[in-house]
Write a protein that binds this ligand. Structure first.
Ligand SMILES: NC(=O)c1ccc[n+]([C@@H]2O[C@H](COP(=O)([O-])OP(=O)(O)OC[C@H]3O[C@@H](n4cnc5c(N)ncnc54)[C@H](OP(=O)(O)O)[C@@H]3O)[C@@H](O)[C@H]2O)c1
Length: 284
């Protein structure tokens, strides 16, 4: 990865941090993001120390806010004259309904709209750096998802699990539509399930009764380094060169939810997402 620039969103903890460590160890020039710039800088310093790679930069942005995603994109474009890999890793689970600065439901905004907007804003730089890769971290929960176009924001009825499942199916649909739009550009788009991994996931707003259950399950979960394996593989392996429009589990392509292959639904989700973040739907 020497000479390649990689941005990992959410590199301060969990799977994103382990992904950043793995790619920094391979020699990439690496950017990580987190909400708090000081925490992000502390994580970057730890990654520099752990890997001996001095080229690790920190960016602070609350990606639930579209203004912050736009500022982040500008800083990234100013910092990296070329961008070879974008890993859309930030995401989470919130048991209760929260509303973002833009008035949108938080899970949908952070897990789906933030990577949609960030990717759109960085796409020209990725194309100019081709061959380049866009990798999005979804979840096995995508298989339980349904895109509820009549109530995308869970205003009529909210369930943390349903919102999460929907957002992770949206990650898969976004990737498939992106791959189609990027045909012939040399930029690929893949999506993955990292496996159930012991991280800070879900701890900010845990569903009632789940806290003790998660504590019991932790010893059986993957370590973050294991959860990062497929992201690192898709970002760095020559074997993954040219692979696009596919969903991966344990480094292997797998079938995703049947609905994710429905071209009219993926196109509709793309249009709705473009409208919600204020970018032209035909930007890519
Ligand atoms: N853990 C699992 O079992 C599992 C399973 C399937 C899929 N996943 C997926 O894997 C991805 C990573 O999850 P994880 O388990 O590593 O979670 P995590 O330990 O909670 O890490 C989340 C990362 O995202 C950042 N973040 C959270 N909210 C943010 C916001 N509003 N703006 C910017 N950054 C934000 C956090 O940084 P700061 O706190 O510093 O802001 C942190 O670096 C997610 O997309 C998740 O859906 C996880």
């Amino acid at each position: 990865m020497a000479g390649r620039a990689v941005l990992v969103t959410g590199g301060t903890g969990g799977i994103g941090r382990a992904t950043a460590v793995g790619l920094a160890a391979l020699g990439a020039r690496l950017g990580i993001t987190g909400r708090d710039p000081r925490r992000a800088e502390a994580a970057a310093a730890d990654i520099r120390a752990a890997t001996g790679n001095p080229k690790v930069d920190a960016f602070g942005a609350d990606m639930s806010s579209q203004a912050e995603v736009r500022r982040l994109a500008t800083e990234v474009l100013d910092t990296y004259p070329r961008l070879d890999v974008l890993i859309n890793n930030v995401g989470g689970f919130w048991a209760s309904r929260h509303v973002t600065a833009d008035g949108l439901e938080h899970t949908f905004a952070l897990n789906h709209l933030a990577p949609f907007l960030l990717t759109s804003l960085l796409l020209d730089r990725l194309k100019a750096s081709a061959p380049a890769r866009v990798i999005t971290v979804s979840s096995g929960a995508q298989s339980l998802g349904r895109i509820d176009f009549d109530d995308l924001m869970g205003e009529a009825k909210y369930s943390g699990q349903r919102a999460y499942n929907q957002s992770k199916l949206a990650n898969v649909m976004f990737t498939y539509e992106l791959a189609k739009r990027l045909e012939g550009t040399g930029v690929t788009a893949t999506v993955l399930h990292p496996g159930v991994t012991s991280t800070g996931f879900g701890t900010e707003d845990t569903a009632r009764g789940w806290g003790p259950l998660i504590a019991l399950m932790r010893p059986f979960m993957r370590k973050p380094e294991q959860g990062a394996e497929t992201s690192i593989y898709l970002a760095s392996s020559p074997a993954a060169e040219g692979m696009t429009g596919r969903y991966f589990v344990n480094r292997m392509p797998r079938k995703s939810h049947a609905a994710s292959y429905d071209a009219s639904t993926t196109a509709r989700l793309w249009q709705v997402s473009a409208d919600l973040v204020g970018v032209p739907a035909d930007a890519s």
